[in-house]
Design a protein. Structure first.
Length: 494
């Protein structure tokens, strides 16, 4: 029976680009911090939740506005990434106050804030529902100061929260505008077509139909007749089956697949998976070629494109920013593993579990994040060999919210909104203070529960947090305890 997994956890990071390393505080200790302006930020987030519901989880006006803001900052001196879109609808009215809050301050001593947090979080963190080992870190996003820490540098199995690190590495390496290409290539003698997978897990039947139509048009224009069909998955290497084994939470990892290898028509969550995602995609493509008037000699065969072949049709995935948002909102394991392999390809590493681990780790290190105790065994968090710290996760979220790396903004915009979207859609109630004010990635494996994201406190301060628990015995009780911890942040320690 498949082990329950809805989101992998991840490792907290210590450091913010050019920021000084934060001073870690034990429970109840203090340090200097700055408060954010209050009312407009809180109101902006609440209004933004309405935008999420109205426009969908990945293309809301709020999220587009955040990406537009990031693009403006990027042109003003940030990193540049080829292909990043700069057009789109005008920002949602709520977006400017939410984003500008990151750069505004109001005086308040951190000592009082940290002490209040300690008083609020200490008893909640001691809940038996959180198992044998639990760690927590809270960071003030505006200053990078760590306001609260308990076991900040203890390595823990993060489950799906590790997707935060995977997404950040991919965005840093490739840029939010990067698109994954699936191509069709024709041999020099016009007798062999090859469907070449580029690693796009979101390829679907509509995309294959478009590829088939474009291919048929090119063949007609070139006067080609009957062709044989191949499919090329050489873009990926190493074992295709995840270390957890065949599982409904993830398909075999392949450079070519359609609909994530799902056999039940679903688009999220566990599902029956094909044992041959590449072959199934190629056979579906062959049928669509036939519909488009292209005669193939026989069933498609695995093989690389013939030397000298030219591209006759191309499908591009949605931008990486959208893939990241979908992966985080729905805790999509297939997309997460694809993001890790795309990072490996960009780094010149083999597109395998091992190559992805090296590439993601190197990219996080290049961002100035301390990785002591970190082991990123996979991109999804399904592997129990994954180890991260609460400090790594919280600081990574703070980095994504800061001004130095606007390319990481989709890490925040992809986080589920408490009580409204993704894996937090059925958590928190309409009367919960945290509803709409908390955005967080969930993590669940048997005996492991985690939550990492952002919260806006009562006076408008944006906080990044990571809570990791191991040895839990009741997933429902553990999730409720984590939600209570996050909700306590919205009260500003009061």
């Amino acid at each position: 029976m498949a082990e329950p997994v809805d989101r992998p956890t991840h490792e907290p990071l210590n450091g913010w680009g050019r920021w000084k390393a934060p001073t870690y505080l034990k429970r109840g200790s203090g340090a200097q911090d700055l408060r954010l302006a209050a009312g407009s930020a809180v109101l902006g987030l609440v209004v933004a939740v309405g935008a999420v519901l109205a426009a969908g989880p990945w293309d809301s006006g709020q999220r587009k506005a955040e990406r537009d803001r990031a693009a403006v900052q990027e042109r003003a001196g940030g990193a540049h990434h080829q292909g990043e879109a700069t057009d789109g609808p005008a920002p949602a009215p709520s977006a400017p106050p939410v984003l500008s809050a990151l750069g505004t301050t109001a005086g308040l001593s951190a000592q009082a804030g940290a002490s209040a947090l300690g008083a609020a979080l200490d008893p909640l963190l001691d809940s038996p529902a959180l198992g044998a080992v639990r760690t927590a870190v809270v960071v003030d996003v505006a200053t990078g100061k760590q306001l609260y820490a308990d076991g900040a540098t203890t390595s823990m199995t993060p489950a799906s929260t590790v997707k935060i690190a995977t997404a950040a590495a991919a965005l840093s390496a490739l840029g939010p505008g990067h698109r994954i290409a699936t191509t069709v290539r024709l041999s020099p003698d016009s007798r062999t077509l090859t469907l070449v997978g580029g690693g796009d897990p979101t390829l679907d039947k509509a995309a294959l139909r478009s590829l088939a139509a474009d291919t048929a048009r090119s063949l007609r224009d070139g006067g080609a007749g009957t062709v044989r069909l191949r499919y090329d998955t050489s873009g990926y290497s190493g074992p295709a089956v995840h270390p957890i084994g065949p599982n409904e939470n993830i398909a075999s990892v392949s450079a070519l697949m359609a609909d994530e290898g799902r056999l039940d028509g679903s688009v999220r969550g566990p599902a029956p998976r094909t044992a041959d995602p590449a072959g199934d995609a190629a056979r579906a493509f062959a049928d669509l070629l036939d519909d488009a008037g292209v005669d193939t000699r026989s069933a498609p065969e695995a093989g690389r494109a013939v030397g000298g072949s030219r591209t006759v049709a191309t499908h591009l995935s949605k931008p990486l920013s959208a893939l990241v948002e979908r992966a985080l909102t729905n805790s999509d394991n297939d997309i997460a593993e694809a993001l890790a392999r795309q990072t490996a390809i960009e780094a010149g590493e083999p597109a395998s579990f091992a190559g992805a681990r090296r590439a993601v780790t190197a990219r996080l290190k290049a961002l100035g994040l301390p990785l002591k105790g970190a082991h990123l065994a996979d991109g999804s968090g399904l592997d129990r060999a994954d180890k991260v710290t609460a400090a790594l996760l919280a600081q990574l979220l703070a980095l994504a919210a800061g001004p130095d790396h606007p390319e990481l903004r989709p890490v925040l915009t992809g986080l589920p909104v408490a009580g409204f979207s993704g894996t937090l859609g059925d958590r928190y109630t309409a009367t919960s203070r945290g509803t709409g004010l908390i955005r967080a990635k969930t993590g669940t494996l048997t005996g492991v529960n985690s939550l990492a994201g952002t919260a806006v406190d009562a006076k408008g301060r944006l906080l990044a947090f990571a809570f990791l628990a191991s040895g839990t015995t009741s997933p429902g009780e553990a999730e409720a305890s984590l939600d209570t911890l996050a909700t306590a942040l919205t009260k500003g320690g009061r």
